[in-house]
Design a binder for this molecule. Structure first.
Ligand code: DLL
Length: 435
């Protein structure tokens, strides 16, 4: 058996068969949510669609969308589709605004979840010989426990470190011989920085990293790979849909395979809700096909990406989604120009700066101000005032040519911006305070 598949029967299933499986599972899910979840039944009644109207996969478009607000409005258990006695685990997403949302899993849901995580670990070449250092947060966040279950299932030795206490993480990595690390990319980079400072970056046994939970660029991937001496893989997921485990990279690394036997992916125009052609960017929408406790129908993720259904050299038949470029709600509109933090990251890394930055947007006399704080490295930190000013101008101009708008650049001391142990906070938008 090819070591890089966990469940070859599903991962390489001919697409025609896969579509049949999806349709059967979709019909089952729609019938269940119609019977058990009032908000789905009311929405479907209003749209004039009944479960038996779902006869082909295209009929999914007749179903109403679900959005995060629906989860908030039904907080905590209003969208659960099974008896609470069958729910064996809860997770939650804190979110930066508003009430948190709660999701749940039955025993069977957890088994599926473990298998989906196992798929992505195995696709990254991780196996039973590995020592997997799980530095995603354990707790209500899905990252820690999600990776944990899958890592155990493949028979690896799991090191459930969770986040925090970076010095201790490095000691554990060295002493326990961690070979694979799972973390947010920003935390991985922080670990790399601290490992370099302690002079142990090239003494670690790490060989592979599995990263996700926040947007990161290809440039960031190269940095992490070079500094931790590993190969880095991208994984994607969200609490509402499952947590990690929704899509994963194979060794070809040209997009993330969506586990389509468990989820249907659609890409829509966020303004009209209409589907866009494959390859065209739009909002990613997921429908779960097997979840029992917390199924979701046409959940609008607010992540922006594309889908590619061309065959992949790895043999998997699952469609691939692009790295999400960012969320519709992460996109900044500054003086009428759309700016994604990932674009800032690309420019900085290409110019040789570390990907630690902070974007500060404000409004002064009704005009947007746009500042980016950029960290110097130890190598260039002693430069003269004139040299620093030149550097700031160079960065401003590089950003202006990419974005059409040039931020004020402020160079700050090496390692002076706050590091995050989970998801990095890149943007401070003070305009909200004036609204
Ligand atoms: O971040 C689940 C997760 C944990 C995924 C560990 C991967 C690894 P939430 O906290 O609900 O769940 O955040 C979900 O994070 O809608 C995306 O905007 C973003 N995100 C997750 N993975 C990626 C990725 C977890 N690989 C939100 N690239 C999603 C870009 C990602 N963005």
């Amino acid at each position: 058996m090819n070591r890089n598949y966990w469940q070859p029967g599903y991962e390489t299933m001919p697409r025609e068969e896969l579509r049949e499986l999806q349709l059967a599972r979709l019909r089952d899910t729609v019938a269940r949510v119609y019977a058990k979840v009032p908000i789905y039944r009311e929405r479907m009644d209003k749209a004039g669609v009944r479960p038996e109207d779902i006869r082909t996969l295209d009929d999914i478009r007749r179903l109403p969308f679900t959005v995060k607000q629906d989860l908030r409005d039904t907080y905590p258990y209003g969208m659960f589709a099974c008896d609470m006695t069958d729910v064996v685990r809860l997770h939650a997403s804190s979110g930066t605004t508003g009430k948190q949302i709660v999701v749940g899993y039955t025993k069977r849901d957890l088994e599926v979840w473990d298998n989906l995580i196992a798929r992505q670990l195995v696709a990254a070449g991780v196996g039973s010989d590995d020592f997997i250092h799980v530095a995603f947060g354990y707790g209500l966040f899905t990252g820690g426990f999600g990776l944990h279950g899958g890592a155990q299932l493949v028979g690896a030795t799991v090191i459930p470190v969770s986040t925090g206490n970076t010095a201790r993480q490095l000691t554990i990595m060295q002493d326990f011989g961690s070979t694979a690390i799972c973390a947010t990319p920003s935390y991985a980079l922080y670990l790399a920085e601290e490992a370099e400072k302690a002079g142990i970056a090239d003494k670690l046994k790490l060989r592979v990293g599995i990263f996700g939970a926040e947007p990161w660029t290809e440039e960031m991937r190269r940095q992490i790979e070079a500094r931790l001496h590993i190969k880095a893989f991208d994984i994607y997921g969200l609490t509402e849909v499952m947590g990690p485990g929704v899509s994963y990279e194979c060794s070809d690394q040209k997009g993330m395979h969506v586990s389509e036997d468990h989820f249907i992916i659609e890409i829509i125009d966020p303004d009209t809700g209409e589907p866009v052609p494959d390859g065209t960017p739009g909002e990613i929408v997921f429908t779960s096909l097997t979840k029992k406790a917390f199924p979701v129908i046409r959940y609008r993720t607010r992540d922006i990406g594309t889908v590619n259904r061309e065959p992949c050299p790895c043999g998997r038949t699952f469609a691939r989604m692009s790295k999400p470029k960012g969320r519709t709600d992460d996109m900044l509109i500054i003086r009428g120009v759309n700016v994604f933090p990932s674009q800032i990251e690309t420019v900085l890394i290409n110019l040789g700066y570390p990907p630690n930055y902070q974007i500060i947007v404000d409004r002064v006399n009704s005009l947007d101000t746009f500042e980016v704080k950029v960290e110097l490295t130890d190598d260039n930190f002693d430069d003269s005032v004139a040299a620093l000013a030149r550097k700031e101008r160079t960065i401003t101009e590089a950003m202006r040519s990419l974005l059409g708008i040039g931020p004020k650049i402020t160079l700050v001391n090496p390692r002076s911006l706050t590091r995050s142990e989970g998801k990095a906070v890149r943007v401070i938008d003070r305009r909200k305070l004036h609204d």
